[in-house]
Design a protein around this ligand. Structure first.
Ligand code: ZN
Length: 276
């Protein structure tokens, strides 16, 4: 049985989780609450000097865990695929300027384009980007998405598929972000996480919960404990696989965004200790 988390030394929060807060507010309030990490979403950087934002975050004692997000590689045209590569290069450069060690990738899918073809385009895109990522010192983390997003968000829907890409690419700069929301249902989850550990591709770990019923495919994620995901058990598997990074809280929720964000932050911290 995995022991409860005792403190916030490994707690990171995605800025999108408290979307109503501007980056500066999120940083101030996370820091004041004793949160130690932050994953920055690109939209939170809009209109800001990226380098200065990174410094501001570090000045508040927060570790930047990742920049979200790159990806969306597949396209029905060569121009589309090339422009996706360019955009991902910019994203990697932004992560380097921010001081983020990693970019999280939502790899993309196109309705009408086969998943097989999409995965091939994703792998090809990653092969082109890996040297750029290495030069920038920024890792690329493929995030497998729940199969309900296989139509238009990601053709990578299991850790097994992400591992197949990593094994083909064999770059120490390409790995996997495991998000419990997307993979909790996988009957091979424990073995797949262990394999990521052996293959040294376990780059990130995201937590939240799956609500029943889920009323919105994207923006009805639950706070840890509000749903049916065995988060602590999965965290145990991740830790057994050798992962020592942050537990990143990533919750998109119209319901939680509509409430008081200070209260929500408190709830996150309680749920982190009691239910994660
Ligand atoms: Zn995630």
């Amino acid at each position: 049985m995995t022991a409860p988390l005792k403190d916030f030394s490994k707690l990171s929060i995605h800025t999108i989780t408290t979307k109503p807060w501007a980056l500066e507010e999120a940083v101030r309030h996370y820091s004041a609450a004793g949160v130690k990490g932050i994953t920055v979403w690109r939209q939170a950087l809009e209109g800001r000097d990226v380098k200065a934002s990174g410094q501001m975050i570090r000045d508040h004692g927060l570790t930047i865990t990742a920049l979200c997000r790159g990806g969306f590689f597949p396209s029905t045209t060569p121009e589309g695929r090339a422009s996706a590569i360019d955009e991902n290069r910019r994203c990697i450069d932004e992560a380097a300027a921010l001081g983020a060690p990693m970019v999280v990738l939502v790899c993309g899918a196109i309705p009408g384009l086969s998943l097989f073809e999409s995965r091939k385009q994703i792998t090809d895109g990653l092969a082109v980007l890996a040297p750029h990522a290495a030069a920038a010192g920024v890792k690329l983390a493929i995030e497998p998405l729940h199969p309900m997003y296989a139509d238009d968000r990601s053709a990578v829907n299991t850790i097994g598929q992400a591992r197949a890409m990593c094994n083909e690419l064999r770059s120490p700069w390409v790995g996997i972000a495991v998000d419990v929301y997307h993979v909790w249902w996988d009957d091979r989850l424990e073995q797949e996480i262990a394999a990521c550990g052996r293959e040294k591709t376990l780059f990130g770990f995201h937590i939240c919960d799956w609500r029943t019923p889920t009323t919105d495919l994207l923006n009805d994620r639950g706070l840890m404990g509000e749903g049916c995901i065995p988060i602590r058990q999965i965290r145990g598997w991740v830790e057994q696989a050798g992962f020592t990074g942050f537990n990143e809280v990533e919750i998109f929720s119209h319901r939680h965004w509509a409430g008081d964000q200070h209260e929500f932050l408190q709830s996150i911290q309680h749920a982190y200790l009691d239910r994660s």
